[in-house]
Design a binder for this molecule. Structure first.
Ligand code: SF4
Length: 187
């Protein structure tokens, strides 16, 4: 399966109940030959309306973190664990993750990135499960952020989701250090 076929399936997907409330399902974006894949949780309201990734308030923070780290959006591949908007930005259910992660698995297979950066709890938990990495209790996931893990031939690097900065601007400093570290891993 190539990206055209995969993205066509995502655009027309009705595999879980989120298809009823979405405007757009959001496919991955960026460089298909990138060494780095960044995995966010799910599209927000702005992304759902316009049909593009990370264009709302979190996206603005994400762009600033990339810019300050010297990473260009066109040099990364960016995607979500869940491809459709979660009403009221609620958490994804187990079933929604099971249904939708088949698309993410395919993206990882095609892109074959050296580095996978997971943004926030759900994307991190999914990737840790996929690669049989030790999964701590939920409240301890924050201890994984900013550390490198190794799975087969990949580096897994979990960081907080940029949304955290909207709730606590002081988190931006540590997130910026994480993004600077991403650039160093890639160089
Ligand atoms: S969230 Fe994923 S599985 Fe559910 S309808 Fe959207 S694309 Fe399909």
């Amino acid at each position: 399966m190539d990206f055209n076929e995969l993205n066509g399936k995502i655009k027309s997907c009705t595999n879980c109940r989120l298809h009823k409330s979405r405007i757009n399902s959001i496919t991955g974006e960026g460089n298909f030959h990138a060494g780095i894949m960044i995995i966010a949780q799910a599209p927000g309201k702005d992304e759902d309306s316009i049909g593009k990734m990370f264009i709302g308030p979190s996206g603005k923070i994400f762009d600033r973190l990339l810019l300050n780290a010297g990473i260009r959006r066109e040099d990364i591949y960016l995607t979500n664990l869940i491809k459709c908007y979660l009403p009221k930005c609620r958490r994804p259910s187990k079933n929604e993750i099971e249904q939708c992660s088949t698309y993410l698995d395919k993206e990882i297979e095609i892109i074959d990135p050296k580095l996978i950066v997971t943004l926030g709890f759900h994307a991190t938990r999914y990737i840790f499960k996929k690669y049989n990495l030790n999964r701590p209790p939920k409240k301890e996931y924050k201890n994984l952020f900013g550390k490198q893990f190794y799975a087969k031939n990949r580096i897994i690097f979990p960081v907080r989701h940029p949304t955290a900065v909207l709730f606590n601007p002081e988190k931006e400093e540590i997130l910026q250090e994480n993004y600077n570290q991403i650039r160093k891993i890639l160089s």
